[in-house]
Design a binder for this molecule. Structure first.
Ligand SMILES: Cc1cc2nc3c(=O)[nH]c(=O)nc-3n(C[C@H](O)[C@H](O)[C@H](O)COP(=O)(O)OP(=O)(O)OC[C@H]3O[C@@H](n4cnc5c(N)ncnc54)[C@H](O)[C@@H]3O)c2cc1C
Length: 318
């Protein structure tokens, strides 16, 4: 069978899913991507808020990215040419961020792909040689289905229809992360624009408004450490907000300032503990595959490499 004749459905429009979609599209495959979110981002999301009449955006997931591989270095250069990433030397000399928000590259990629937003795939079923995807708004049929969602969610989707593949993500455990998004009336007197793992409740904090192309109010994104986020996983967002704010002012030794806006988001599956030997998995007999950061490294580059690897496996028919 000429696989370029196949309809491919990808579940997940994060970095791994969209990278795979574009690479397969370049090879002539017909690809549709489904994502439960309202727009591009996944764990590279940017959350908007209106604060004192101004629109503000927070990078509440990934903070920056860097390349270790030459392939990803070249990809970042291409995004820079397209104006969707910019260097952010505050976080390291090779650190980059999406512009105008962290989801900049994903927004750019999604414009070159067929993506259905607000489409949560609830379950999969085998039908003949192909697959049926069940979303709350209807069904979609495809010859090939690729699952590019966090490990725990991939294991759940695949448990019944592809237990041998489900066993791979089922071994992965991810660390959670509570993310606090806070805006202040005035600039906080903190030297530098980020605080990196200083022990205690705060794992990372960054002056979001100081990233390139961000405008408006003084904003901070404050991440709970892995240990703190695990211990406080089932707190309400309001409780997490007030605890993280208190910890932030205590760690920075600043007098408490009431924020104009503060909201917390819980990333239940933020950072997978990677154990896999292969960067992607592909079962050509059943037409089903897996990609995601959890197969390479818990970083933007890991997700990108996994998406590329899955597309290459399919294109090579292996
Ligand atoms: C708080 C935090 C901080 C981070 N900091 C950094 C950092 O500084 N640097 C760095 O390199 N990396 C960082 N990361 C990690 C980085 O964001 C991820 O490695 C990368 O974005 C993962 O991409 P992915 O495509 O594998 O998964 P995701 O981005 O999680 O994409 C999966 C997509 O699948 C969708 N989805 C899930 N289930 C379904 C379903 N049933 N139906 C339809 N759609 C579904 C989701 O909506 C999502 O869009 C951070 C992550 C978090 C959460």
């Amino acid at each position: 069978m000429d696989r370029t004749q196949s309809d491919i459905a990808i579940i997940g429009a994060g970095m791994s899913g969209l990278t795979c979609a574009l690479a397969l599209g370049e090879q002539g495959f017909a690809v549709r991507v489904f994502d439960k979110g309202r727009g591009p981002g996944g764990r590279m999301a940017a959350r908007r808020a209106e604060i004192a009449g101004e629109k503000v955006s927070f990078d509440h997931g990934a903070q920056y990215f860097a390349a270790k591989s030459s392939e990803f270095t070249a990809q970042i250069a291409a995004w820079a040419d397209a104006g969707v990433v910019a260097p952010w030397p505050v976080a390291g000399e090779d650190a980059w961020v999406g512009v105008p928000g962290m989801n900049g590259p994903l927004r750019h990629m999604s414009q070159q792909a067929e993506v259905s937003w607000g489409a949560r795939i609830e379950r999969l079923e085998r039908e003949g040689e192909g697959w049926v995807l069940f979303a709350d708004g209807g069904t979609h049929r495809a010859d090939i289905v690729l699952v590019a969602v966090p490990a725990e969610q991939a294991a759940g989707l695949l448990a019944e229809v592809a237990p041998e593949l489900a066993a791979i993500p089922a071994t992965i455990q991810s660390e959670p992360c509570w993310a606090l998004m806070a805006a202040f009336e005035e600039q906080l007197p903190i030297t530098g624009d980020c605080l990196n793992d200083e022990g205690g409740a705060i794992g990372w904090a960054a002056r979001n408004s100081a990233k390139p192309s961000r405008t408006g109010q003084e904003t901070w994104v404050i991440h709970g450490s892995a240990e703190w986020s695990r211990a406080n996983l089932e707190q309400s967002p309001e409780e997490a907000t007030s605890k993280l704010l208190a910890a932030f002012f205590s760690q920075t030794q600043l007098p408490f300032k009431q924020p104009l806006h503060a909201a917390a988001h819980r990333w239940r599956y933020a950072f997978p503990q990677v154990q896999s030997a292969l960067p992607a998995h592909w079962d050509p007999k059943r037409g089903i595959g897996l990609a995601g950061d959890y197969l390479v490294a818990p970083r933007v580059e890991g997700a990108w490499l996994s998406g590329k690897a899955l597309a290459a496996m399919i294109a090579q028919g292996k």
